[in-house]
Design a protein around this ligand. Structure first.
Ligand code: MLT
Ligand code: MN
Ligand code: ZN
Length: 303
């Protein structure tokens, strides 16, 4: 299985256009050693020729430009994108669908809850119907394995996870199963497994058991601390309210990932306020010492 990180930042990207937090400001004036990042998305393939986009970010156009393999240009209008799979209906994960309209009809694998948000609060499904039929919904549900047409080697399992529905959703604050899923992707020929969870609010016993079965975790890295948005002065929400589990702290991801030996552990969906973006920070050093990687745009993982 081939995985390409198209975008490693959380919503807003890094640096964020209107942000002067220490990271964004420091990156712009050259005092912080860091790498610019686009918004949350990965591409997955079983053969290197046919690709699935998992979460379509608003930066998708530049992400495709930076990834020539996904544009074979064999015909007048051509792409290697066979489908899009969504983990949730968050804007940073779905608004890129607008910019794939020239390639409709396009199969979109997502839960019925995600389809509902994308048919009401952010009505991409009805709107895009006017472009060659638009998005073709392929329903998926937590716990039910599925295969994406055209990528026969991969079997996908949507994993129920606790996070939150998008800010515009009628279920914000009271998320239901299906509002957020992780994706366990199994390469049946190579017998390798990736668990992709860009937004994760809580680690349950079921999830822990699953983590032990995979070769690589590509996991929530939004915030370093629970009150990061408040302390940096850019917002008024705690990480938990947003459905994100911070990296540090007693029950944070760092301690959890430390219990998983011999696996590749890679953070993704990193918010621009997160100190790990500063490559010379003590936080970045702490991760490196713990064997935890920080994903970057263009990162390639082969399993
Ligand atoms: C999130 O990850 O919590 C959302 O993308 C936030 C947002 O939509 O601004
Ligand atoms: Mn997000
Ligand atoms: Zn910032």
């Amino acid at each position: 299985m081939f995985i390409r990180v198209l975008g490693s930042a959380a919503g807003g990207g890094f640096p964020q256009w209107n942000c002067n937090c220490p990271n964004c400001k420091g990156f712009r004036n050259g005092t912080v050693k860091a790498t610019a990042r686009t918004q949350s998305s990965i591409a997955v393939s079983d053969n290197g020729s046919d690709w699935v986009i998992v979460n379509a970010s608003p930066d998708i156009r530049s992400q495709i430009m930076a990834f020539p393999e996904i544009q074979p240009a064999g015909q007048l209008r051509d792409t290697a994108i066979r489908a899009v799979v969504l983990t949730d209906a968050q804007l940073d994960h779905c608004s890129g669908l607008l910019f794939l309209r020239e390639g409709c009809p396009l199969p979109v694998y997502c839960t019925n809850h995600v389809k509902e948000d994308l048919s009401t609060g952010f009505s991409l499904f009805p709107l895009l119907k006017s472009w060659q039929g638009g998005l073709q919904h392929k329903p998926i549900e937590p716990g039910e394995r599925f295969v994406v047409t055209g990528l026969t080697e991969l079997e996908w399992l949507p994993v129920p996870i606790k996070s939150n529905a998008p800010p515009y959703s009628s279920r914000r604050g009271s998320p239901q199963p299906g509002d957020n899923v992780g994706l366990l992707i199994h390469d049946k020929i190579k017998n390798t497994r990736l668990l992709y969870m860009p937004g994760l609010g809580e680690i349950t016993a079921e999830l822990l058991a699953l983590c032990h079965q995979v070769d690589c975790l590509l996991i929530e890295g939004t915030f370093w601390t629970e009150d990061e948005m408040i302390v940096t002065g850019v917002g008024n929400k705690m990480a938990a309210e947003m459905g994100h589990l911070p990296i540090s702290g007693e029950n944070g991801l760092l301690n959890f990932l430390g219990t998983l030996h011999e696996k590749r552990k890679i953070l993704i969906h990193i918010n621009n306020t997160n100190p790990i973006l500063n490559e010379e920070s003590p936080e970045a050093e702490m991760l490196a010492r713990s064997g935890i990687e920080v994903s970057f745009d263009g990162m390639q993982i082969t399993l």
